[in-house]
Design a protein around this ligand. Sequence first.
Ligand code: NAD
Ligand code: 9W1
Length: 439
Amino acid sequence: MALLVEKSTSGREYKVKDMSQADFGRLEIELAEVEMPGLMASRTEFGPSQPFRGAKITGSLHMNIQTAVLIETLTALGAEVRWCSSNVFSTQDHAAAAIARDSAGVKAEEEFAKNGTIPDPTSTNNVDFQLVLTIIKASLMTDPLRYTKMKERLVGVSAITGVNRLYQMQANGTLIFPVININNDTFTKKEIDNLYGCRHSLPYGLMTATNFMIAGKVVLVAGYGDVGKGCAASMKQAGARVIVTEDDPTLALQATMEGFQVFPLEDVVSNVDIFVTTTGKKDIIMVDHMLKMKNNAIVCNIGHLDNEIDMHGLKTFPGVKRITIKPQTDRWVFPDTNSGIIVLAEGRLMNLGCATGHPSFVMSCSFTNQVIAQLELWNERSSGKYEKKVYVLPKHLDEKVAALHLGKLGAKLTKLTKDQADYISVPVEGPYKPAHYRY
Ligand code: NAD
Ligand code: 9W1
């Protein structure tokens, strides 16, 4: 495969699919900017002092419109940025083109995204690029420490996925840089992304896939954590009768107090019109359940990867027929009954497969955490504050990210007097922790 790396007028290298989409990308970036107030407020607050002057920031994340606004926030604060798409399917070519043209080195080539390896130099017919690849390969053979040295210059990493692996590296002493982890211990990630992101994109995905009526139907939401709460809330609002499944009695109680019924899947499987999994666990809806479902029941997952729905059991069920209505919407028909179910996004996250993921406002909350974590790591690079460990974002920065999003929504905070602030009527520590602290 030919891999042609080009250079923009300012000398940045890029590889994108279609440079002619840059103007379209710019227009959608401008729409997203207004919806990403935390990122824009960061530009206003930090831009003038150029805190990232001299910093080289490199990222790997879905190269889409929201990420483009993140990249341009980092450059607005003085950083030199290079980006690599993390996934071929999530790359938006117009976003990549606008970034390559205007802001940052971007490599959205499929080869690296697919395999995570440096391509074989002979795989390209671009002589310059062959040379670069050959040099990298050769230096890896003769000087394997080269990249270790590079890593030692690293100031730090802000991470949102792969966090378990980073904790393992910390435990066995192989972590060679500080990490700030923006995960489910961060309120403005967990509560906004998981709850409100999914409350928004579950109905969007369902309507895009089939546009079946939701009002009056029976929807089962498996799991009543934050994702489940968002899903149950939007289905209720759309007029569905919602059943929740839970194994945690506190959350089961909470679901009932919100007016939802709580039953095990087995008890209700033949009465449900739409199944949504949100548990983060595996093997939630198995092929034996599917056999008992109503004709054209919708089965989808908005929880963890593709582990919640038994796609293997379905695919290998003797005599089952798959009818692809359109990409991401399949009707699976069982042989004896001729009754079928509709599986969305092949059992993977339906809000990404059948909808366009979280809205910009939601991503603004997550990404503002990234900016603040990067600033913290860079500002403290010589103070010794951050050792080669994994840190969570301190609460005051979480609060700062939330505060940066209030203005756009017309909200104004109450200020406590010093007296009020010092007055403590309830103990702050207790055995109870909200669900998201139990990870
Ligand atoms: P959470 O831990 O708050 O909630 C999961 C809930 O499922 C818990 O309350 C748990 O008791 C319950 N549960 C576990 N096993 C169950 C089972 N077999 N039956 C019924 N209930 C069960 O987690 P969360 O924040 O709600 O996230 C859930 C999953 O969604 C995670 O894997 C997360 O990574 C993913 N997620 C997806 C998106 C998206 O856009 N699709 C966004 C954020 C998070
Ligand atoms: N993230 N910009 C796929 C996204 C994969 C993805 C994932 C989002 C966004 C949940 C973040 C097919 C963007 C991202 C577009 C896309 C996520 C996993 C976003 C929702 C979370 C495992 N998790 N997210 N927008 N892929 O919507 O960055 O198109």
